[in-house]
Design a protein around this ligand. Structure first.
Ligand SMILES: [Fe+2]
Length: 284
């Protein structure tokens, strides 16, 4: 069966582009949505998504489940996610290696976790619950981070790999997040990539970031998804492609959202990288 390389390349679906997509049906393999934006029971967003789903596969990407919460998951949130998955039959469902809820209060941020055995047990329990309720595997995304816990005794990539092997989930590898975290913490991004088994990676995210300079001259990379994918991130992506990776790959752009043709140009760059390895897409 022939596998089309362009089917692997997706972009994040954002409200300013709904009408353009429906009118022009751009040549994009799939769209990713933020699950929580479609938890309501009605309204124009659901109407547009139903129409777009008629022509494109979808990935559900969660930002509010708080997989790292020691108090357990919010059953109401899980029920809504299950309903959303039933309605849109996504080919991927993903969440983050992070926490954002405590004592029933949710925060609008993906907060970092200490990489300890205790955290591993909490995440295993919560991910098992999600996968049981959904009846399928999910993907877990590596976060971008701005601080490290002194309690951590796993490297992030080792922790994420162990977690996915224990739970049967896959890794959503965000290469921009790797670059941001590695730069902020002084980790080596190639060592990070080399530590992750290729067969555990189920999806790639690519995005842009910005640099903040403080009054003392120190700098921090900020994962703001508000610009084109920078060369350093393309280089790391190409490194993985050269190793033989070919999985669904997404362009994420969440702030200062440009016209759709800008996203399509970024997607065509992904396609160009993937097409360099045409031999893996031959008939089998
Ligand atoms: Fe991402």
């Amino acid at each position: 069966m022939k596998k089309n390389v362009q089917d692997l390349v997706g972009v994040g679906l954002r409200q300013p582009h709904y009408s353009y997509i429906l009118e022009n049906k751009p040549d994009i393999g799939w769209f990713e949505i933020h699950s929580e934006n479609f938890f309501q029971k009605g309204g124009p967003a659901l109407h547009f998504l139903d129409k777009i789903r008629e022509d494109y596969p979808l990935s559900l990407h969660g930002v509010g489940l708080s997989l790292g919460s020691a108090e357990g998951l919010d059953q109401n949130h899980l029920d809504k996610l299950k309903h959303c998955a039933h309605r849109f039959s996504p080919f991927l469902i993903s969440e983050h290696l992070s926490w954002s809820r405590i004592n029933g209060v949710s925060f609008p941020d993906l907060l970092p976790l200490p990489y300890t055995d205790e955290t591993l047990v909490i995440l295993e329990r919560n991910i098992d619950q999600v996968q049981t309720i959904l009846g399928r595997e999910i993907l877990i995304e590596n976060p971008s981070s701005y601080l490290e816990y002194k309690e951590s005794h796993y490297a992030e990539q080792e922790f994420l790999t162990t977690l996915c092997q224990k739970t049967g989930s896959k890794i959503l590898l965000d290469i921009n997040n790797i670059y941001v975290s590695c730069t902020n913490h002084g980790w080596n991004p190639v060592d990070y990539l080399d530590s992750i088994p290729l067969d555990l990676i189920g999806e790639i995210h690519l995005a842009g970031h910005s640099r903040k300079t403080f009054s003392d001259g120190s700098t921090l990379l900020i994962d703001d998804h508000g610009s084109a994918v920078p060369d350093a991130v393309w280089d790391l992506f190409n490194y993985l492609i050269d190793k033989g990776l070919s999985v669904p790959t997404l362009i994420e752009w969440d702030t200062d959202i440009p016209s759709f043709d800008v996203l399509q140009k970024e997607a065509s760059k992904v396609l160009a990288f993937l097409s360099q390895r045409k031999s893996i897409y031959a008939s089998a």
